[in-house]
Design a protein around this ligand. Structure first.
Ligand SMILES: [Zn+2]
Length: 146
């Protein structure tokens, strides 16, 4: 490789590396779920999974904590850096993907319900918990109805 080629490669690295770091800091990094979990709950593959990034922190700030274990934004579920792959949590978050798919207004309805009822009593949270419980107990709630 000539001098120009080396210069271009180094310049590309010098630009791409900070950009990649900044992007990972903001958006986290893609993560693969354990194969055994996907085999047991194949519907988990309906979502895109990332680890880290700003969304779990922002979710935490809204709840007065440093971070939340996970947060769902449309088809993407962001896990906090230290969150373990817990089926109840993963299935709960998957249900929020269903909520997003069911209504474009979901983010607004979710915030409205949180303001009205509080986070713990938000009907979307109750629905996500019920969905996760049903799937954990082998219940067939593959319906996308929300
Ligand atoms: Zn939730």
């Amino acid at each position: 490789m000539g001098r120009v080629g080396r210069f271009l490669r180094l310049t590309g690295w010098a630009i791409a590396t900070p950009w990649r770091l900044a992007w990972t800091t903001l958006a986290g990094a893609p993560v693969q779920l354990p194969v055994t979990m996907l085999a047991r709950w194949p519907e988990l593959a309906q979502a895109r999974w990332r680890r880290g990034g700003l969304p779990p922190r922002v979710g935490g700030w809204c709840l007065g904590t440093r971070t939340v274990a996970a947060i769902t934004l449309w088809d993407t579920i962001f896990l906090a850096p230290d969150t373990r792959f817990s089926p109840p949590l993963l299935l709960h978050e998957l249900r929020h993907v269903h909520h997003y798919r069911a209504s474009r207004l979901f983010p607004f309805r979710y915030v409205w319900q949180s303001l009205r009822c509080g986070y713990a009593r938000n009907p979307f949270e109750a629905d996500a918990n019920a969905f996760a419980s049903a799937r954990l107990s082998g219940g067939d709630t593959l319906s996308q109805d929300v």
